[in-house]
Design a protein around this ligand. Structure first.
Ligand code: NAP
Length: 245
């Protein structure tokens, strides 16, 4: 690979892919949405901020041709993933989606699957104390809850929030012991999470299992049809190495 590789980032996988490619002397440009005030930056060139939808990204790719692109954004970054697929098709840019596998329940888990944050709000309506770990965006879906809500996010969430919200600002990963402590301290009765997958944020699921708490999981949005998808950084590396550019 002699040309530049574009990595649409914001995940640990994106950062590890950038590290591996830079170590192989591949020219890498990582992009971040710019939502987090103090992000952990990958090595190589970094661009912060959106492109202006699929048309904006297509125009950007027209002016800044890349040999290949890897969409390594979060499994729930559906708008970016759709834009990347459309812009790549429009410009003929080889595109791979790197998306870690989702979580699967183990013995003793009480997992309740829903399709959206609104569905999650409905699913927790009968509980007195809810732990919301879905990130600070989209909390408006829970604004109507009357339960005590514990919200954990990296940066402070913006209103509207549930009326009885306690905010904990923290950046993971957390250990199972830390998750057990926060759940016990706040008397959590149900955990809400997106099906983000991966080990980084899985300790809360183990803690919920140990405490016998139900978990409401938001299913991933579907991927654009025809998109090449891999689940690991190693597979993405192999794909990049195999690109002609
Ligand atoms: P989204 O809804 O799909 O993206 C919204 C807009 O943000 C996109 O249309 C794009 O703006 C811009 N954008 C998103 N990712 C970008 C990237 N890597 N580089 C440049 N622009 C980007 O995504 P989101 O849910 O807001 O997530 C934003 C970022 O946070 C992503 O990088 C994602 O990997 C990371 N993240 C998301 C979650 C989550 O739960 N959603 C969790 C952890 C990390 P334009 O249309 O202007 O191009």
């Amino acid at each position: 690979m002699t040309g530049k590789v574009l990595i649409l980032g914001g995940t640990g996988e994106a950062r590890r892919l950038a590290e591996a490619l830079v170590a192989e002397d591949v020219e890498v440009l990582s992009t971040l949405a710019g939502r987090i005030a103090d992000p952990v930056l990958p090595p190589g060139e970094v661009r912060v901020g959106g492109f202006g939808g699929a048309a904006g990204l297509a125009a950007w790719l027209g002016a800044t041709p890349v040999a290949a692109a890897v969409d390594a954004t979060h499994p729930f970054a559906a708008t970016m993933t759709a834009s990347a697929a459309a812009a790549a098709e429009h410009t003929g840019t080889p595109l791979l989606r790197l998306q870690r596998p989702g979580w699967a329940p183990g013995p003793g888990d009480d997992w309740r699957w829903v399709d959206s944050l609104a569905g999650a709000a409905d699913a927790v309506a009968g509980f007195g104390s809810v732990f919301l770990t879905t990130g600070r965006q989209g909390l408006a879906a829970f604004a109507g809850l009357t339960a005590r809500c514990l919200v954990r996010s990296v940066d402070p969430p913006a209103p509207p929030l549930p009326g009885r919200t306690t905010v904990v600002l923290a950046r993971g990963p957390f250990t199972v012991e830390e998750e057990l402590a926060v759940m016990r301290q706040h008397g959590v009765e149900v955990l809400v999470t997106k099906d983000s997958g991966g080990a980084m944020t899985a300790a809360k699921l183990t803690a919920a299992r140990e405490l016998g708490l139900p978990v409401v999981l938001v299913r991933r949005p579907p991927l654009p049809a025809g998109l090449a998808v891999v689940g690991t950084v190693d597979e993405a590396l192999a794909w990049v190495r195999a690109q002609p550019g």
